[in-house]
Design a protein around this ligand. Structure first.
Ligand code: FAD
Length: 429
């Protein structure tokens, strides 16, 4: 028999699950967080948050923003503190041949409104975990199935260890391979699973001292992006300038390996960037134990909730990382949904709250999935009308990110509240 509880279940303890759980607690909503792993954990890599993401943290709970501020790194040069990236050519005019004069040349620099920063993922997670009260989290709980038994009885969750739990509602924050999404949309649904985006990435961390020797201080200490044909390489400082984070992207048509993260030898990585600029070669040559991450993305889900089951973060809209905003979108989701549930309380109309969240968040978060793919095509000279032309690339980059960074999040939350009242009136609750 499933344990009966009046709390909400959050399934998955990544950035989405933790920001949502902390948001619900801040709203005084009782919650239990189920995580499949034996403890919370993030990979050893950096993540960048735009101003929208840090504002969302503040709006959910100022303590989350404080945790980010405790750990955040900005570009190290005072003059480049608000710089998102300096975009540069990472290849000559024709890769491996022809004139090399434009290599390293600046295409355009893009600044962000205040609030941007980068952080080591595991350190940011630690800050959030420190805010969780005891008794909220359950580990080793991999969701395998659930049954929504309606508003009176709630939802029964079944876990891989054979245990069950009953909750008043379930929010799946279980990432790109989300089981909740599969169960919500139906296993055979064309949008149930992510598909390969055509891009893959190498990720690495290089000690800053080494990076400065290789690249010079300006390039090592401040975020840079090097564009090339069907590939690009980005670097930014993390850990208060102790480490340089590297992500190097390439393209391929198919991904047939069942594993999405594979280890390759150094030669494979070097071959992938043969003919690129000396800066890029230097970065690549210093990556120890390269791993390839296949980049998958979700087809648009036609809805983010049904009855008392809802999805949020990568479970709802996993994107490629080319706008650097997937986790930021998850934090925005958490702000809007925790606020709605907070208004409704546990005995209220949670379906109406999910419906309002879906109405306000689906279009924006799915736009990121589309625009992020497009962003890589711009970085990698794959858009015929833009190509490699400096002026055309600069012109498009100057405005491309504002819809993400300048979002009025309190206005979104107000709209969501109005919709909640409307949906409740319609359903007579
Ligand atoms: P996840 O981090 O995947 O967390 C899901 C959690 O659910 C995990 O803890 C997992 O163990 C657990 N889980 C899974 N299945 C189950 C189950 N069945 N039952 C219980 N628990 C389960 N975003 C940015 O904003 N800025 C960036 O700079 C950025 N860079 C990126 C670079 C790369 C190369 C990639 C691939 C992504 C990048 N992103 C970035 C996107 C960002 O990493 C994701 O959007 C974000 O981490 C998603 O968080 P999440 O909590 O939704 O999912």
């Amino acid at each position: 028999m499933a344990e009966k509880t009046h709390t909400i279940a959050v399934v998955g303890g990544g950035i989405a699950g933790l920001t949502l759980t902390l948001g619900l607690l801040h709203q005084k909503v009782p919650v239990t967080l189920y995580e499949s792993a034996s403890s919370f954990g993030e990979i050893g890599a950096g993540v960048a948050f735009g101003p929208n993401a840090s504002r969302a943290m503040e709006l959910i709970d100022p303590k989350i923003r404080q945790g980010f501020e405790n750990r955040k790194t900005q570009n190290l040069w005072e003059s480049k503190k608000s710089r998102w990236f300096d975009f540069r050519y990472g290849v000559g005019k024709k890769i491996g041949e022809g004139p090399e004069e434009r290599v390293g040349e600046l295409i355009v620099s893009l600044d962000t409104p205040p609030g941007r920063g980068t952080v080591h993922r595991a350190h940011f997670l630690d800050e959030m975990v420190a805010l969780l009260p005891d008794g909220i989290s359950r580990f080793g709980k991999r969701l395998v199935d659930l049954t929504d038994e309606g508003p009176e009885k709630g939802v029964v969750l079944r876990f891989a260890d054979g245990t069950e739990a009953r909750h008043i509602a379930v929010i799946g924050t279980d990432g790109i391979k989300s089981r909740t999404r599969e169960l919500l949309l139906g296993e055979g649904h064309p949008a149930a699973k992510a598909f390969f985006s055509g891009k893959y990435a190498y990720r690495a961390l290089i000690p800053m001292q080494k990076a400065s020797e290789l690249l010079g201080e300006e390039l090592a200490n401040n975020s840079q992006m090097y564009f090339g044909n069907h590939g690009h390489v980005l670097t930014f400082p993390i850990e208060r300038g102790k480490t340089m984070n590297v992500v190097a992207f390439r393209s391929r048509e198919k991904w047939e390996n069942p594993e999405w993260v594979i280890t390759v030898d150094k030669q494979t990585m070097q071959n992938d960037f043969k003919g690129w600029s000396q800066h890029v070669q230097n970065i690549i040559a210093n990556v120890e134990k390269p791993n390839i991450w296949a980049l998958f993305m979700h087809p648009p889900a036609p809805y983010y909730y049904k009855g008392r089951v809802c999805i949020l973060g990568d479970a709802a809209h996993a994107s490629t990382p080319h706008c650097g905003a997937g986790a930021g979108m998850a934090i925005e989701d958490s702000y809007v949904l925790s606020g709605l549930i907070g208004q409704e309380t546990i005995d209220g109309d949670l379906e109406a709250a999910f419906k309002a969240y879906d109405a306000v968040r689906r279009e924006r978060s799915q736009k990121l999935v589309v625009e992020s793919k497009r962003q890589a095509e711009i970085y990698e000279f794959e858009v015929p009308e833009i190509g490699e032309d400096k002026e055309s690339v600069a012109a498009i980059m100057r405005t491309r990110m504002s819809w993400i960074w300048d979002e009025d999040l309190p206005a979104e939350a107000r709209l969501a509240s109005e919709l909640l009242q409307k949906f409740k009136a319609e359903s007579g609750t």
